[in-house]
Write a protein that binds this ligand. Sequence first.
Ligand code: ADP
Ligand code: MG
Length: 287
Amino acid sequence: ATMPPLLAAVALAGRHGVLVKSALMMERLAGVDAAAFDKTGTLTTGQPEVERIAVLDGDEARLRRLVAAAEARSEHPIGRALSRIGSGEEATDFQAMPGRGVRAIVGGSEVQVGHPVLLEVAGDATAASTVVASTVVADLEAQGLTVAVALADARPIGVIGLTDRIRPDAAQAIDTLSTQLGSTPILLTGDNPAAARRVAEAVGIDQVASALLPGDKASRLGGTRTLYCGDGINDAPALAASHVGAAMGGTGSDLALQSADMVLVGQRLTALPAAVDLARKANRVAK
Ligand code: ADP
Ligand code: MG
């Protein structure tokens, strides 16, 4: 007996480095008419480099120790990069706040590292360093950097600017998908507008929604026939809400891999349009 076309397409997609979890998902993939992407770790390599460290309280060595210890167990690409900027402290009571950052006890202090909004939600607004921190954040964001703030016992101790390389095949993948789907993909990110725009321009995306929380990404995808591609814990709700969810393999978080309908095991974005093509052909034969 010959293999059913959609199942054969699953096998063929595997050769392109895409693990599609079922024949049913292959059929759904044939029906997508739009695509949306996460930024950090999806359109970018997920290996950000620290570009700037501004110390607001104490010395730089302490800032590096506290930040590195708090991020030691983070699964986020930014967290992994920050975990390497210092050493010598152990953290307890680690807690990840998806789309926001991390919290842990380090050296007797409650240390929080993450999105600049933490200055407002977790910081002491009366601390003079909070005003300084906001100014530094605005300056680094204007340079297109991704920015993380660090607080110890609600007082800002530092601001860190990072940048991430764009995946070499991102522009090609976006271009092919745009033609195929008849619509330009959109970028959905928790990062700041300037950093989002820098990446969007480089890959040929003109529709951008930034400063989104994990739930915001999901609510934009429900009820559409959108293919969503993401890599993080923060992408799990969007991967589940989308018509078809694709997780980045390798660096992707376990929760993203579980929530997705397909996995880019080869970490190649051009595998997405290849899989859409296979799905459409198989679906035509199956009908
Ligand atoms: P994206 O949608 O681009 O993948 P995320 O939603 O994961 O971005 O993160 C949004 C923002 O939250 C980041 O740009 C960063 O400022 C902050 N952030 C998230 N997790 C961490 C972390 N572990 N450490 C520091 N900052 C973080
Ligand atoms: Mg991401």
